[in-house]
Design a protein around this ligand. Structure first.
Ligand code: BDR
Ligand code: CA
Length: 310
């Protein structure tokens, strides 16, 4: 089987860790590299967590590169209220002893994309700072990325403000650079990720696997249980697994082609992903697909299968 080459760019918080764990078990993909970016937590935490999670799942072979420690033009806004002070909700796992990569994330990504000659699928699940820097520094990278499967944005609503989702709100200028780059974009915003949740029975089942990786899941998710109650979610949303699982099971997701503009001004609308989907007004640039639905049973099944395998 020809494996799909993927690159994961992560601000390694709690649901990013679930995506890394799940990715490590997907036979359909080759993880060509992982890059860390500040977002949910500091760059230092995100870099360490990505390395440690990959080591925990036996994938020390995957190289992890550090990228931006802050958004392009604004101060960093982290989400300790969900991801705790270490990014993993306080869960402790052994430190990876893999050699530390010194190359910057945007250079490593560019080199890999060029080497794979247009086949690489990039999966950003944090603020888009690293990807924007890669585009600014190596403009021809746009010819070497097959598509960007992004967790970020929302056509309706937000989770930081009434209009903005965390990854876009944290660095809207970077997001606008990426959405304007011409690279094909599949956007997994809150419209779909709020439907991609693990309910209490799913969480109990993962707990019952009783292995070191399911223990990380349980120990890292406790702040999310409280957050879930506060926001009246039906469960714990696995935002960052959406673009990952889509990459191997596109038929489990439903999306609509549209144009998306990222608002970089304003106060209330700052960081909003504005879509032309439900209006007659159409943007000229319409190379995005916004995903709105997921087959939750199948999606959850694939995550549980990953945790059961350790
Ligand atoms: C996104 O922000 C982070 O909290 C999650 O890791 C996800 O990438 C959801 O808004
Ligand atoms: Ca994330």
């Amino acid at each position: 089987m020809n494996k799909i080459p993927v690159w994961i760019d992560t601000d390694t918080g709690v649901d990013d860790a679930v995506a890394l764990v799940t990715a490590s078990t997907l036979k359909e993909i080759n993880i060509e590299g992982v890059s860390a970016v500040a977002g949910n937590t500091s760059l230092e935490n995100a870099f360490r967590n990505a390395r440690d999670v990959l080591s925990l799942v036996g994938r020390k072979d995957v190289k992890v590169y550090a990228g931006a420690d802050k958004p392009l033009f604004i101060d960093l806004f982290t989400a300790e209220y969900v991801h705790g002070s270490n990014g993993l909700g306080g869960a402790q796992i052994p430190l990876s002893d893999a050699p530390k990569e010194e190359k910057k994330a945007w250079d490593a990504l560019y080199e890999k994309a060029k080497e794979l000659n247009g086949e690489l699928i990039v999966i950003p699940v944090g603020p888009l700072t690293n990807i924007a820097i890669a585009i600014a520094k190596h403009p021809d990278i746009i010819n070497y990325i097959r598509e960007l499967n992004i967790m970020g944005g929302a056509l309706i609503g937000g989770n930081v403000t009434p209009c903005a989702e965390f990854n876009i709100y944290t660095d809207p200028q970077a997001a606008e650079t990426v959405f304007r780059s011409g690279i094909k974009i599949n956007m997994f915003g809150l419209d779909v990720t709020h439907k991609a949740y693990l309910d209490d029975a799913d969480i109990d089942e993962i707990r019952s696997y009783d292995n070191p990786v399911s223990k990380l899941f349980v120990d890292s998710n406790h702040l999310l249980y409280d957050y879930r109650e506060k926001l009246h979610w039906k469960g714990v949303c696995e935002h960052d697994c959406c673009p990952l699982i889509y990459t191997v099971h596109p038929d489990w997701f439903e999306g609509q082609k549209c144009g998306i503009y990222v608002e970089t001004q304003g106060t209330i609308t700052f960081g909003k992903t504005v879509s032309d989907l439900w209006t007659d007004f159409k943007f000229e640039d319409r190379h995005c697909t916004a995903f709105l639905n997921v087959d939750r049973e199948k999606f959850v099944g694939r995550i549980k299968e990953a945790y059961r395998s350790f």
